[in-house]
Design a protein around this ligand. Structure first.
Ligand code: NAD
Length: 339
């Protein structure tokens, strides 16, 4: 695999060695505003050129330009992103135009660290693309860094990972190997996430959830996205929070895609339930997640516009993406109906 992975509690102590392995000597650390101190502590022993601590969700272009300017001004020769998908997204955005290598230390379950996918928001829309330059050269999965991730953020982020696995199972360009990875990812996440919510400091459960995230990232890195990811990208452009939106939409998108019967059977089997969409919905409810788009900032007046945008340039999907049923899906997700 093109990405080197170091996995296990305590392995962040190998960060300096991983950066050295790349031949880099001037790391630009990247974090979200509240987590700079933690990132500095993690980077002890590393030769640091600077710290960009203004990573925010959805990688808005103005913040990206500031990060790129900083990387240039401190003469960074690599990016070390410690945090969730937002933070890693900034490392990728810098790499896209500079080719600097990225080392990722994920602290959520977004799976972004394993993908060559970048995303940058501009003018209310998110542009995404794939480029090998943004694929992290090394990833350190250390569950001890995730113990303070709040239970609900953990659960929502884990359902974002679950969505990668689910859509990989019916992707137009899927294959039997990626399906094995996806099914194992769903199995790992369905078991680990409720345990994390119940006992957020349980290192074993946290480690199992990171394992699920690793698998999930590998699936989305390999296959194309379907209706579910398309809807979440559209809703992200409306300012909705990424992981929570994935979590709320997923059971409804799976119900929409019920024609992909083989994929639904595999999702249900991995979760130990009879029906995939209901099983996902019930797992989310059990974990105390928000169940309605109305709860995370969606305005009812925007539903029709979201449906129109989603059907304009649809991603390949097992069932044709059509306005009326997509509108119904969004209404159901808005109201949090059981699928
Ligand atoms: P996030 O990175 O925005 O993190 C959510 C919040 O949790 C932030 O406030 C962060 O500071 C905090 N946090 C992170 N780790 C923590 C920890 N260990 N302890 C306490 N607090 C912690 O959320 P996310 O869901 O991980 O990432 C979402 C972003 O990732 C979106 O922009 C999405 O588009 C992107 N993404 C990209 C890919 C890809 O392949 N390119 C895949 C999935 C997600």
């Amino acid at each position: 695999m093109p990405t080197r992975v170091v996995f296990g509690a305590g392995t962040v102590s190998q960060l300096a060695a991983e950066v050295e392995r790349l031949g880099a000597k001037r790391a630009l650390l990247i974090s979200t505003p509240g987590r700079a101190e933690m990132v500095r502590a993690v980077a002890k022993g590393l030769s640091v050129a600077g710290l960009f601590d203004k990573a925010v969700m959805h990688t808005p272009i103005a913040a990206v330009e500031a990060a790129r300017a900083m990387a240039k001004s401190v003469d960074a020769d690599c990016c070390v992103a410690v945090g969730g998908g937002s933070t890693i997204g900034f490392g990728k955005a810098i790499a896209l135009t500079s080719s600097l290598p990225v080392v990722a230390v994920p602290t959520t379950y977004s799976g972004s660290e394993m993908t060559n996918i970048w995303g940058i928001s501009e003018g209310g829309a998110k542009k995404t693309g794939r480029d090998v330059k943004v694929l992290p050269k090394a990833v350190i999965y250390d569950a001890s860094l995730t113990l303070d991730l709040p239970p609900k953020t953990s659960a929502a982020s884990g359902m974002n990972a679950m969505a990668h696995c689910a859509e990989a199972l019916y992707a137009h360009d899927g294959n039997p190997i990626v399906s094995l990875i996806a099914e194992e990812g769903i199995r790992a996440l369905a078991k680990a996430l409720p345990a994390v919510v119940q006992a957020p400091k349980d290192l074993e459960a946290r480690t199992a959830a990171l394992y699920g995230a690793w698998l999930a990232g590998m699936t989305i890195a390999t296959t194309g996205n379907g209706l579910h990811h398309k809807l979440c990208h559209v809703l992200g452009g409306f300012g909705l929070p990424h992981a929570e939106t994935h979590s709320i939409v997923l059971p409804h998108a799976l119900r929409y895609n019920g024609v992909a019967a083989g994929a639904m059977r595999r999702i249900a089997r991995a979760m130990g339930v009879d029906d995939a969409p209901t099983g996902i919905w019930e797992l989310e409810k059990r974990m105390g997640l928000a169940m309605r788009l109305a709860d995370v900032g969606m305005k009812e007046a925007d539903i029709e516009r979201a449906a129109r945008v989603a059907v304009q340039a649809p991603y390949p999907n097992p069932r044709p993406v059509e306005y009326a049923p997509v509108l119904e899906l969004l209404h159901n997700a808005y109201e949090g109906k059981k699928p």
